[in-house]
Design a protein around this ligand. Structure first.
Ligand code: CP
Ligand code: NVA
Length: 330
């Protein structure tokens, strides 16, 4: 499989076989790490990690994966660099491309990461934009494969804000891998029609099915996976909290919904999750709106069916596979 110097900007750019290759490579690298087998295949290379938004998992995964592969990293915050403020994205991309072998970007519009890729001349990886979060989806697919043994035909239900980065990217990932994707939300929260149409075309080739409903019991009936994400994403205005809570509370993942799914169903979340009041945002939301959790109850999050920390770990192995596949010379 030839990935040399290919960017990783969105899953739409990759074939089902290429995604499968990345998942297989991730599993191999994970097994090697567990056995203590070193894989410093990119020794001496340097990568830049640009973060315009906060991160725990993505940043740490890129850093640890880079170290495991023998690479060095520079963490760049827009706050302490000129990126996009005193220097255009195109100029910064050309500068970084002269110094680094690869660049990760987390931030706002997808056009920014596409622009970096256009100008940098080295592989660029999307660490989350408003529209897409492709490295997360690789980790999610690997996790599902580990728990169920297969991807094709899995009934995957996404509850809540399905029109943002996670809903969009999961729909693409499910379409590419022949899964049964269900978005369950009020109609205003579905992915945009253009993206749905594109995924419907992919689904015809892979045998996937896409379904959109506002009925949680219908959606979760016999589900294999129930997935959710926060109701207000990074970078969105504080003014949206009020109506998001009203609109999306009926789509919270509860014990009742988990019991409506298959007996061996799993709960998934990209994290961070608002499942209790142990965060400043969780406390503030309780004080303002009187709710003790948002998109998922603490009972489900902490329950036996929850595989959220397997997902989190797999961020490392899948990001490592993406960097290795796009940077290795043969
Ligand atoms: N899931 C995810 O991308 O987490 P971080 O925001 O911590 O990177
Ligand atoms: N939708 C969330 C995903 C975080 C990993 C956000 O963009 O904040």
């Amino acid at each position: 499989m030839k990935f040399n110097h290919k960017n990783f900007l969105k899953l739409l750019d990759f074939t089902s076989d290429e995604i499968q290759y990345l998942l297989d490579l991730s599993a191999k690298l994970k097994a090697e790490k567990k056995k203590g087998k070193k894989h410093q295949h990119l020794k001496g290379k340097n990568i830049a990690l640009i973060f315009e938004k906060a991160s725990t998992r993505t940043r740490c995964s890129f850093e640890v994966a880079a170290y495991d592969l023998g690479m060095n990293t520079t963490y760049i915050e827009t706050f302490t660099s000129h990126f996009g403020k005193k220097e255009s994205v195109a100029d910064s991309a050309r500068v970084l491309g002269r110094m680094y072998d690869g660049i990760e970007y987390r931030g706002y519009g997808q056009e920014i990461v596409e622009d970096i890729a256009k100008y940098a001349g080295v592989p660029v990886w999307n660490g989350l934009t408003n529209e897409f979060h492709p490295t997360q989806i690789l980790a999610d697919l690997l996790t599902i494969k580990e728990h169920f043994g297969y991807l094709k035909g899995i009934k995957f239900v996404y509850m809540g804000d399905a029109g943002y980065n996670m809903g969009n990217s999961l729909m693409i990932g499910c379409a590419k891998m022949g899964m049964h994707f269900v978005a369950c939300a009020p109609k205003d929260y579905y992915p945009n029609q253009e993206l749905i149409n594109e995924c419907q075309k992919i689904a015809k080739e892979t045998g996937a099915t896409l379904e959109f409903t506002d009925d949680p019991m219908k959606a979760t009936k016999d589900a294999d996976v129930i997935y959710t994400d926060v109701w207000v994403s990074m970078g969105e205005s504080d003014s949206v909290w009020d109506y998001r809570i009203k609109d999306l509370t009926p789509y919270r993942v509860t014990k009742e919904l988990m019991e409506n799914a298959k007996p061996n169903a799993k709960f998934m979340h990209c994290l961070p999750a608002f499942h209790d009041m142990k965060t400043t945002v969780g406390k503030a939301t309780f004080e303002k709106f009187g709710i003790e959790c948002m998109e998922v109850t603490d009972e489900v999050f902490e329950g036996d069916q929850s595989i959220v920390f397997d997902q989190a770990e797999n961020r490392l192995h899948t990001i490592k596979a993406v960097m290795l596949a796009t940077l290795k010379s043969k």
